[in-house]
Design a protein around this ligand. Structure first.
Ligand code: GDP
Length: 445
């Protein structure tokens, strides 16, 4: 799939990072170097890679990571944010004209997926209640007009095409007549398909530029094949200089592309990606969301594994102390209380995760992670004497009743707490043996 290798590489990089508690500058450099290589191998443009890794490095060496509860996790978050940024930040929707018809012109190389996209967009607009007219101004490629008529029919949209032998050879006129027709027939959107070439050439640019001048479109969408690798940068730049465009359509994002074009085009041109085309079918069109795409690249399924690990190792120093206590069998309810408070600090993680899509099971577990429950536990432990905290074995029935009254809880609550403390003690044993424990109150992970 698109981004497959890049995702794997980034996840692997973070996997190496997660075992660290504090991050040294050398750790950060190593990580940034791996990210750089992964991006370059994915055909992301060099300038974009440089800028991206520069920002990640600067932030990763800064305070937000130094002071983070889990530095590795914080670095992942930074990479995520910077990915969203190079993908354009906020979602950009198609813009409609104040007075109809909205004119949308398509530009791009031959085979980039323009005609297919024209059909997809028409279909989607129809669904939204618009009445698009497709204009066949690609008079270059044999059969292009016919192809547009076919997709228009599939999309259930109207087409304006020059009669064979009439107006052929003048795409500017066809485009202008198309817009005129839309106005007359009260179509509220016009989608103009233009000619592409297999490579960028001056004549193609001139023609596209003339069409643009003639119809003054509200949007010029540059369609680019996601598989086009390093060429993507030059093609995008050439179209920007030759015609300029207001937005980008990434096509063939369903294919096996490395993803370089997707990650480069917005940074290189300053133009947002508006749509992602993800198949040959007319329904295979998605509005482009930079945040979702970043999540996809970072393969959040695996990032979640990281977070899981972060939870078990939330504070290495603290865990070491616990392990020591355990070794000398000094792990007490007071330590347990400390540990719970550590977990409470992680509550902010829940909020962060809540913003990420596709969290599934993990999210549910986090929802079960309840700050209030920790507060209640705290109240119970605080109602115990020091002797009881240090040796819960002395907690007989009458002591439990006293503690329940003192903390405003029930005896059952107290019993459950003691039980959970036993579990926690077992967990500490597991940690000491180097295993992955279950965290009480959060269910098995
Ligand atoms: P145009 O020359 O720019 O108009 O490109 P076309 O629309 O004719 O598309 C070229 C080829 O790419 C056709 O075979 C399309 O079926 C295919 N194609 C277009 N968009 C997509 C897409 O999103 N995914 C896949 N897999 N194929 C696509």
């Amino acid at each position: 799939a698109t981004f497959g290798t890049l995702s794997d590489r980034l996840t692997e990089t973070f996997r190496n990072l997660r075992t660290k508690g504090k991050l040294t500058p050398a750790d950060v450099d190593g990580t940034v170097r791996e990210i750089r290589r992964a991006l370059l191998d994915a055909d992301v443009a060099l300038v974009v890679v440089k800028e991206f890794t520069g920002k990640v490095r600067e932030r990763a060496l800064g305070d937000e990571v130094n002071k983070a509860l889990n530095p590795a996790q914080q670095v992942v978050q930074i990479v995520n944010e910077e990915l969203v940024a190079i993908l354009g930040g906020q979602q950009r929707r198609l813009q409609f004209a104040k007075t109809a018809p909205t004119v949308i012109m398509l530009a791009g190389l031959q085979g980039s997926g323009k005609t297919t996209f024209a059909g997809k967009l028409a279909k989607q607009l129809e669904k939204e209640g618009h009445t698009p007219l497709l204009v066949a101004a690609d008079l270059q490629r044999p059969n292009a007009v016919n192809q547009l008529q076919v997709v228009a029919q599939q999309a259930g949209a109207a087409v304006y095409a020059p009669e064979p032998g009439n107006g052929v050879g003048d795409p500017v006129r066809v485009a202008r007549d198309g817009v005129e027709t839309a106005r007359r027939q009260q179509h509220d959107v016009v989608i103009i398909d233009t000619a592409g070439r297999l490579g960028v050439d001056a004549e193609l640019m001139k023609q596209a530029s003339n069409i643009r001048t003639a119809v003054d479109p509200d949007e010029v969408l540059f369609v680019i094949d996601a598989m086009s690798g390093q060429d993507a940068v030059n093609t995008a730049k050439a179209f920007q200089e030759g015609v300029d465009f207001t937005g980008v359509v990434l096509s063939k994002l369903d294919g096996d592309s490395k993803g370089g074009a997707a990650l480069s085009v917005t940074s290189i041109t300053g133009r947002p990606i508006i749509y992602a085309s993800t198949g040959e079918g007319l329904d295979d069109l998605e509005a482009f969301h930079p945040d979702r795409m970043a999540s996809r690249i970072l393969d959040l399924g695996d990032i979640l594994t990281l977070i899981e690990q972060a939870q078990t190792a939330f504070d290495e120093a603290e865990a070491m102390k616990m392990a020591e206590k355990l070794a000398t069998e000094q792990f007490t309810l007071e330590d347990f209380l400390d540990q719970l408070q550590q977990m409470k600090k992680m509550g902010s993680m829940k909020k962060m995760l809540g913003m990420l899509p596709g969290m599934g099971q993990m999210k549910q577990q986090l929802d079960n992670f309840d700050d209030k429950e920790i507060d209640r536990t705290e109240a119970i432990i605080r109602s115990m004497t020091v002797a009881e905290r240090r040796n819960p074995k002395v907690l007989n029935g009458s002591r439990r009743l006293r503690i329940a009254r003192g903390s405003g809880m029930t005896v059952t609550d107290v019993n459950q707490l003691v039980q959970r403390f036993d579990q926690a003690a077992k967990m500490m044993k597991t940690v000491a043996r180097g295993g992955v424990p279950n965290i009480p109150g959060m269910g098995p992970m």
